[in-house]
Design a protein around this ligand. Structure first.
Ligand SMILES: [Fe+2]
Length: 308
């Protein structure tokens, strides 16, 4: 039913500052109006992130791509929401609804794909122990933004994660790859994927954690490889932006990540090397501790990282 996450929507006061930041972060402006900027990556999605102009900065919501016109029709009936034309780059059709916290959730189908943008280099072949793959070549990098390929996930914060998990599972066919429980065995978080049978899919395209708001903890964008994350970090540092953490190898989902603050104070993540699962992997239940969060990092997790 749902193929994957499609785009995230945030509201900002200063779109000029947001444009500059996200270009330094590795996104490209696909289209811009007086009150909206559509940012894209190097992949074929027409856009990955919509920045809307508004008086108060806020996480607005996110969109998921539906696999067929029939699925969109079924969702329209189930959610009692009309199918409308999508007048954004790439066109298509959309059903708009809200989750139990009131976040906007858009379900889209039929967007025209864009011509991919060539990335500046292929992924680095590593000379790892037991596997020498880079022979007579040198990893030399230009100081430049970490080129974003696509949107990987949004992590929501919610006062009631079980209600959000239930809603995404029952309405959108999401499946919890990993649940997080507190010491009383109460579910306080979940990483959810959109299963495609035997096909391997991202460990999570959406996640939710207990938090004081109905907002988002971060939006995550895939880049080329670990060196893109490292060089991208140095580039963002050179521009004076504020990091939210260091470079991290996660435990659940396995990815290598780096977190930054955008000009409105929302976290955004670069990621590479995330885990892929198929239907042979059942839900795992995990305790809420440091070991579930990360295996190594270049600096200790800041105290405010788990706050929204
Ligand atoms: Fe993430």
């Amino acid at each position: 039913m749902i193929k994957s996450i499609s785009y995230a929507i945030y509201r900002h006061r200063d779109l000029d500052a947001v444009r500059t930041f996200f270009e330094d972060f590795g996104l490209t402006v696909a289209e811009e109006t007086s009150d909206r900027i559509f940012f894209r990556g190097c992949g074929d999605a027409p856009y990955l992130y919509i920045a809307e102009r508004g008086e108060e900065a806020a996480f607005v919501g996110m969109a998921f791509e539906v696999d067929s016109q029939e699925s969109l029709q079924a969702l329209s009936v189930r959610l009692d929401a009309p199918i409308e034309e999508l007048h954004y780059p790439g066109g298509g059709k959309r059903v708009t609804t809200t989750d139990p916290d009131g976040r906007r959730v858009e379900l889209v189908y039929g967007m025209a794909r864009s011509a991919p943008i060539a990335v500046s280099r292929p992924a680095v072949a590593w000379n790892s122990w037991g596997e020498r793959r880079r022979l007579g070549r040198f990893p030399i990098f230009d100081l430049r933004p970490a080129e974003v390929v696509g949107l990987k996930h949004v992590v929501m914060s919610s006062p009631n994660p079980p209600a959000i998990i239930k809603w995404f599972t029952e309405n959108l066919g999401a499946y919890s790859s990993d649940l997080i429980c507190d010491e009383n065995k109460t579910v306080i978080g979940a990483f959810m994927r959109f299963p495609q049978g035997a096909e391997y899919v991202d460990h999570h395209n959406v996640a939710v954690f207990l938090g004081p708001t109905n907002g988002a903890h971060h939006a995550c964008f895939e880049t080329i490889d670990l060196d893109a994350i490292g060089v991208g970090r140095r580039y963002l540092m050179s521009k004076g932006y504020k990091a939210s953490w260091g470079i991290v190898r996660h435990a659940l989902g396995g990815a290598i990540s780096d977190y930054w603050y955008d000009p409105s104070g929302f976290r955004v993540e670069h990621v590479t090397d995330g885990d892929l699962l198929n239907d042979t992997y059942p839900t795992k239940v995990n305790p809420h501790n440091q070991e579930s969060l990360e295996q190594w990092s270049t600096m200790a997790m800041p105290e405010d990282f788990l706050r929204s």
